[in-house]
Write a protein that binds this ligand. Structure first.
Ligand SMILES: *Cc1c(COP(=O)(O)O)cnc(C)c1O
Length: 399
């Protein structure tokens, strides 16, 4: 049997055709497909604005910048995430404060964040970066209330959760990244994520002011918008007798980056986005089959078994089980050409963050989760036969 990874992109002929048509168009970058992708993605999430960028990490970095993270600013996030969720704070010189996870959801624990806030003087913290880990949506309504009490901003790291939603206290479905509660939401188009563009990222928001800042910083801090110009047209057209800004004129107004997405990546992203709902439906089927297979098993714990589908829609970027003898199972599956993964080694235990003072024992729930977690193969093109093989090998291992 061919290798079965934990995650994998699904590229079909229509995706290939979309990329080829971008490659043979007039624009490889800075063309019309970027805006088209942004509009389609904003519509998909329900947000007013979307800004496409080079990758999810760039999306996080720009988000931290437009929220004005300054050296020494303290920002709260979870340790059970990809390092970039925390690193974006460090790029701006801020300080990352890791808070523990909820053992029921593996998400940043609202109660722990509240007690962290309560146990410090007001204005100690600037913002919170909750992560829709594995695709399970954070209850952002609750986080928003807490954030408002303390004057904090929220960046939702939604890299795992396009298409997921939770139901708010009024019974309304709130899709991840819709801009109703978080100031900014961040997505990634890395091939293991739901929508693959090779590399790529997106920031969504309902704030026009933040949208404009993101657009400026994505391209070197340069604007060509006449209404936004700072210098007068006299300087712009020095030596000429122009009565208006000449066509070449632009201004670099702040220190930005080249964090652009290319047009052929946007073409792939657009084509993939059209299939996102079908992919999500398949992920749910796969999750249900795992749930059924492991139900009641004494050695295998899975979050999926306890989830209430009617209120919360899980995007199943990952299907995580918790087991004893995790290393043994991991090694045994690899011998069968099945490649599960660990999500994640707690970020606060990375040497870089240990150098910032974090140590083992600081986040007992996250550390205990890490000791037992295993992400099983989960991607739309995983066949039932392949999944049955995975299930069979796991059950055999424990029998
Ligand atoms: C993938 C991922 C990122 C980073 O995205 P890239 O596109 O790889 O830079 C950030 N946060 C989380 C939770 C992710 O899974």
């Amino acid at each position: 049997m061919k290798a079965i990874p934990y995650g994998k992109q699904d590229i079909q002929q229509d995706d290939i055709d979309a990329v080829i048509s971008a490659l043979t168009s007039d624009y490889l970058t800075q063309g019309p497909r970027i805006l088209e992708f942004e509009k389609a993605f904003a519509a998909y999430t329900g947000a007013k604005y979307a800004v496409a960028v080079a990758n999810g990490t760039a999306a996080l970095h720009l988000s931290a910048m437009v929220l004005n993270v300054q050296p020494g600013d303290k920002v709260i996030t979870t340790a059970i995430t990809f390092a970039a969720s925390a690193n974006c704070v460090r790029y701006c010189g801020g300080e990352v404060v890791f808070c523990d996870i909820d053992p029921e959801t593996y998400l940043l624990d609202l109660r722990q964040v509240r007690s962290l806030l309560e146990s410090h003087p007001r204005n100690t913290f600037k913002g919170i970066i909750p992560v829709d880990f594995a695709g399970y949506p954070v209850n952002l309504e609750a986080f928003r209330q807490l954030a408002d009490e303390y004057g904090l901003w929220i960046i939702e790291d939604a890299c795992h959760s396009p298409g997921a939603y939770f139901t708010d206290s009024k019974g309304v479905r709130q899709h991840c990244g819709n801009g109703n509660f978080a100031d900014l939401s961040v997505f990634s188009f890395h091939p293991v994520k739901h929508i693959a563009a090779g590399e790529g990222g997106m920031v969504t928001t309902n704030s026009e002011a933040l949208y404009k800042k993101l657009m400026l910083l994505r391209t070197h801090g340069i604007t060509r918008d006449q209404d936004a110009f700072i210098n007068g047209q006299e300087l712009a057209s020095a030596g000429e007798d122009a009565t208006n800004y000449p066509g070449w004129y632009m201004e670099m107004q702040t220190l930005g980056f080249n964090y652009r997405l290319t047009d052929f990546q946007a073409a792939l992203g657009l084509s993939q986005l059209k299939k996102a709902d079908a992919g999500l439906a398949r992920r749910k089927e796969i999750a249900k089959r795992y749930d059924t297979a492991f139900k009641g098993h004494p050695a295998i714990q899975s979050l999926g078994l306890e989830l209430q589908e009617q209120d919360t829609s899980h995007a199943y970027h990952l299907y995580v089980i918790q087991v004893k003898k995790r290393l043994g199972l991991y090694n045994s599956l690899r011998q069968d050409n099945i490649f599960p993964q660990i999500h994640y080694i707690p970020v606060h235990l990375m040497p870089y963050y240990q150098q910032q003072g974090w140590k083992k024992g600081d986040l007992p729930v996250a550390e205990d989760y890490y000791a037992h977690c295993l992400s099983l193969p989960m991607y739309p093109s995983l066949s039932n036969e392949e999944q049955d093989f995975v299930i069979d090998r796991i059950l055999k291992y424990f029998s």
